[in-house]
Design a protein around this ligand. Structure first.
Ligand code: C5P
Length: 213
């Protein structure tokens, strides 16, 4: 598995969840552990890549051998970090579970409880992968699709909409697990289903599917 397919190639990987602050002590987030993205970063290093890992909060150790590690918290911060390096990379992998929405306003003081209901209005976050797809020149662009239904149909829609070269579709229920069951999709006639495997092993399978021009 330790090939040199990515020798000298610059790779951007987004990983982990984002946290969208509500007030100084509260945030909106999701259950992503970051394991798939960190496994991809480790595999890409082993395969000779120069890896920039842009990560939201996780409980994981920073992989060794990275070119750069960028710690971010919110989707907006992840977006800015990703766009900054995107034009200089050969490959970008968007593995992060980015919050689609953020609270419209941030309260600088802790919100006090009242007797009435509380409404939090949400604003759309930037779609980092969609924006990279728009900026794409020669980069090989990989996205993920975590679905709970109509996996292939939804993934094909995202492949096209976000201008991707490959999309890795998986069942959203595997988000916190050490293993995953994935489909590697390059177009509707090029779909590979992989058996359940550790995220470490799947990372190599995914990166080995990259066809650089
Ligand atoms: O549209 P959806 O969120 O299902 O697409 C998932 C893919 O898009 C993943 O690769 C994820 O990392 C990326 N994404 C992103 N920025 C967002 C939302 C999703 O980069 N705001």
């Amino acid at each position: 598995n330790n090939n040199t397919l990515l020798k000298g190639k610059k790779i951007l990987i987004t990983a982990g969840r984002t946290e969208e602050p509500i007030d100084p002590v509260r945030y909106l987030s999701n259950r992503s552990s970051g394991q798939m993205g960190y496994s991809l970063a480790k595999a890409a290093v082993k395969m000779g890549g120069q890896v920039t890992l842009i990560s939201g909060p996780t409980n994981l150790e920073i992989p060794e051998g990275l070119k750069e590690f960028v710690q971010v918290r919110s989707a907006q911060e992840m977006y800015e970090a990703a766009i900054k390096v995107f034009s200089s990379v050969d490959i970008a992998v968007a593995c992060a579970a980015v919050a689609d929405y953020k609270p419209k306003t941030y309260s600088t003081e802790k919100i006090k409880k009242k007797d009435e209901d509380l409404t939090i209005v949400l604003d759309r976050n930037p779609d980092i992968l969609f924006e990279m797809g728009k900026l794409k020149k020669n980069q090989y662009l990989i996205g993920f699709a975590a679905e709970t239904q109509n996996i292939i149909e939804n993934a094909l829609g995202k492949l096209k909409k976000k201008n991707l070269d490959m999309i890795v579709a998986n069942n959203a229920h595997n988000m916190q697990k050490k293993t995953n069951e994935i489909l590697i999709i390059k177009d509707k006639n090029n779909i590979k289903e992989l058996p359940e495997e550790s995220k470490e092993k799947l990372a190599y399978s995914i990166l080995n599917e990259i066809n650089l021009k």
